[in-house]
Design a protein around this ligand. Structure first.
Ligand code: ADE
Length: 224
């Protein structure tokens, strides 16, 4: 899979993909993540990428030209499954959206900034808008990082234990059961006896029951 991210603040995305599992996915050749500075595509003599809104009011709007040039530059090299715009207006990111995106070959993620992008880009070039929640961020970069993280870990081979993505919270509409590690007794805080029993069948049943109970208590909406 290849992910191209378009941003006016590439510095914001230097760290999130350079560590741990997402880095390993790239090192193994399972995913390529390329961050592009939209400013590099600006034909303005000051390399501007924003302008005043025709509607007036505070806040700048990202202009069409640099974004259109950047997207067309990428599209000339390969086909893209989606051109995603990060926006509070978009569909909410959830495990199903992440699962679907993990099947794509190539995606572009366009990060919004300021007051947003010129609506015509959304109408003519964007194929999908994704929100990471009902709150407003200063820009789309952190949303892009969240989307990439949730998608890349689902690509087969990225997680070392292939089964671990399958037991994630939400993967079957259930929250994950609690987990414990050594010591079995920390100053009197004890691990549930059954997990120490060595009986795999009993442990699985217990874990399933815990997942169900937890979901019913914390996120009953998931069980509907
Ligand atoms: N840009 C600003 N706020 C956002 C949000 N909640 N989700 C995605 N992109 C955003």
């Amino acid at each position: 899979m290849r992910i191209d991210i378009l941003t006016v603040l590439p510095e914001l995305l230097e760290s999130p993909f350079g560590h741990s599992i997402i880095k390993r996915g790239q090192d193994k050749g399972l995913v390529e993540i390329h961050v592009h500075n939209i400013r590099d595509f600006s034909e303005d003599k000051h390399r501007r990428t924003d302008d005043y809104a025709f509607s007036g009011g505070a806040g700048m709007v990202m202009t069409i030209q640099p974004i259109e040039s950047a997207i067309n530059f990428l599209k000339a090299q390969r086909e893209y499954d989606e051109v995603i715009y990060t926006s509070p207006d978009g569909v909410h990111l959830n495990q199903k959206v992440a699962n679907n995106l993990s099947l794509a070959n190539n995606i572009i993620i366009l990060c919004g900034h300021y007051k947003g992008i010129d609506q015509r880009i959304r109408e003519h070039m964007v194929t999908m808008e994704i929100s990471i929640g009902d709150y407003v961020l200063t820009g789309g970069e952190l949303a892009a990082a969240v989307i990439v993280d949730s998608v890349v870990r689902l690509i087969p081979g990225v997680l070392s234990d292939e089964t671990s993505a399958l037991t994630d919270s939400f993967q079957d509409n259930l929250l994950s059961p609690p987990v414990y590690t050594r010591p079995a007794d920390y100053k009197g805080w004890k691990v549930p006896e059954i997990l120490l029993s060595g009986n795999d069948k009993k442990i699985n049943e217990y874990q399933e029951q815990q997942a169900y109970d937890r979901t019913r208590r914390l996120r009953p909406d998931l069980l509907k």
